[in-house]
Design a protein around this ligand. Sequence first.
Ligand code: KG4
Ligand code: ZN
Length: 352
Amino acid sequence: MRILGIETSCDETAAAIVDDGRRILANVVRQQLEEHQPFAGVVPEVAARAHLDQVDAVIGRALDEAGLDWRKLDGIAATAGPGLIGGVLVGVMTGKAIAAAHGLPFAAINHLEAHALTARLTDNVAFPYLLLLVSGGHCQLLAVEGVGRYRRLGTTIDDAVGEAFDKTAKMLGLGYPGGPAVERAARGGDARRFDLPRPLAGRAGCDFSFSGLKTRVRMAVEGLPPGPLKDQDIADICAAFQEAVADVLASRTANAIAMFRETHAEGGALVVAGGVAANRAVRDRLARLAADNAMPFAVPPPGLCTDNGAMVAWAGVERLRLGLADGLDFRPRPRWPLDPEAPKAVGAGIKA
Ligand code: KG4
Ligand code: ZN
């Protein structure tokens, strides 16, 4: 089974072809760097227009890279939410049109499920597993029990962790995209120079909070001598911020491991996914936590943590081989929780 996956929910226009033998036959990602850099962040309408401009060419390149034509495909998968609705509509309409024209089944993919299942493509991880999903819009801990079967153990009560990286980058003038810029700057930094908080660490449960950390980063920046920021100041703040984030993620995930084991005595791996999982400090810290708890550990390679078409194609493989095709009347969902039963987090905004 060979599936074409289309991803357009944020600022990457991406298409990939993946088969049910876990092979990535093509993987094309076009980032919208020039489009959003002048605004130091993603502008939804600019993103939607760029997807519209680029999506056909990106899909064409994926077919070329794989050396395939439409007749060799067995289905089309497209991210149908959650995300910026203009971009989601572009991907879904394109995917449906291709499916209709070539008589192929269509799978409407939840972007979060695509992140959640990527470790099964890259590392063949078996269900159930404990997932830390860290992206630009989400920060959740979930028990992954099967395709379409998620139990949320914790979520952020304010900002997502990727958002905290992006805002830190903006405060320090590092621009867009923020996460990779903070990671680069942190390399030459001394994490001990600034004392930043670890919100909720050591407390019961496994919800997250990042807004207090963001405020303290702002205070640290404001406490510096007036004038342009020095590279060493930026590096030290980034290092301290990254270490605080890694500490918080590890401490909340430690609680989640205990919760996961209460209901899954048979065990399971710890998996980290989403754009922030591309971060070396985060990957290393969570790997150590898994080792300390004698848990198998998996994190996709960085290029498959940030948004890509391969994760969408793979989610399509997982769903279509279970017979879970969607109709061409499927309505895109700007909000689409993985665990619809989970209560809204206390104090949570729209993201939880
Ligand atoms: O999964 P993703 O590509 O898109 C969403 O689904 O949101 O995640 C994007 C987020 C952004 O906030 C970005 O700054 C962050 O992931 N990110 C990183 C790194 N690469 C991407 N954060 C920290 N370190 C990185 N290397
Ligand atoms: Zn994503």
